[in-house]
Design a protein around this ligand. Structure first.
Ligand SMILES: [Zn+2]
Ligand SMILES: [Zn+2]
Length: 228
């Protein structure tokens, strides 16, 4: 018997053969079957640039705007889950209310796709210093750190606020708040995958990409978000 981390109800979990092979990891799912069902995977048709689910495989309106702003230098994002009510509730509890254990739910949702990523560096989008202090953890780092070797290449300016607390217009007009982590030494070449929990307008990931491209112009930068 396990307790579902999302609804706190006991359930009998099926043994997952993939998890059995991972030493030290919980052998069963942390979501009961009915909570698991509430999370909807993206597909079959999606925007080839940002991964958003839609009826056709055409470039979405948000991405057409990025193509204009960046004159074609767009960011390719891969996403796995639709940003539906269940995902929204999960993120509110994990980020706003500091329900730290829910990072295990996000890991479980992200793991199959994360295991297929291939890059030289995996760079998490950092939390602002004041949010990290308030919650006691860096939200994106905690999700991905058991899944991939992470490189803390970026830092976020203090006082920048969280994108999740802004409306769409304010998000789009947000200023560049990322800079190269001063503790990072050395140079980087090759392919980088930026990691984030949610791709909303794309503003955050484009800024993170810009900060890396400015410092290391020879790198190829893509991104992965659990939800779009
Ligand atoms: Zn449940
Ligand atoms: Zn798109």
């Amino acid at each position: 018997m396990s307790l579902c981390l999302f609804c706190d109800q006991p359930f009998t979990g099926d043994l997952d053969m993939r998890r059995l092979l991972l030493p030290g990891k919980s052998k069963t799912s942390c979501l009961c079957p009915s909570c698991r069902q509430q999370f909807a995977q993206i597909g079959p048709a999606f925007c080839p640039q940002c991964g958003r689910q839609q009826d056709s495989g055409e470039i979405c309106q948000d991405c057409q705007k990025w193509r204009r702003i960046y004159q074609g230098n767009f960011l390719h994002n891969q996403a796995v889950y639709c940003y539906n009510q269940a995902f929204h509730d999960l993120m509110v509890r994990y980020k706003r209310y500091g329900d730290y254990l829910l990072c295990q739910v996000l890991q479980e949702l992200a793991a199959p796709a994360v295991q297929k990523l291939a890059a030289d560096y995996y760079v998490p989008v950092p939390t602002s210093p004041e949010h990290r202090k308030k919650r006691g953890y860096d939200t994106v780092w905690e999700i991905f750190t058991p899944l991939l070797p992470l490189t803390p290449l970026l830092a976020k300016k203090a006082g920048a606020g969280a994108q999740g607390e802004k409306g769409k217009k304010a998000r789009m007009q947000a200023k560049q708040n990322f800079f190269l982590n001063p503790e990072f030494r050395g140079t980087i070449t090759g392919k980088i995958i930026l990691l984030d929990d949610i791709y909303t307008t794309g503003r955050t990931l484009y800024h993170a990409r810009d900060a890396i491209e400015t410092a290391f112009p020879k790198c190829q930068v893509e991104s992965f978000s659990i939800s779009r």
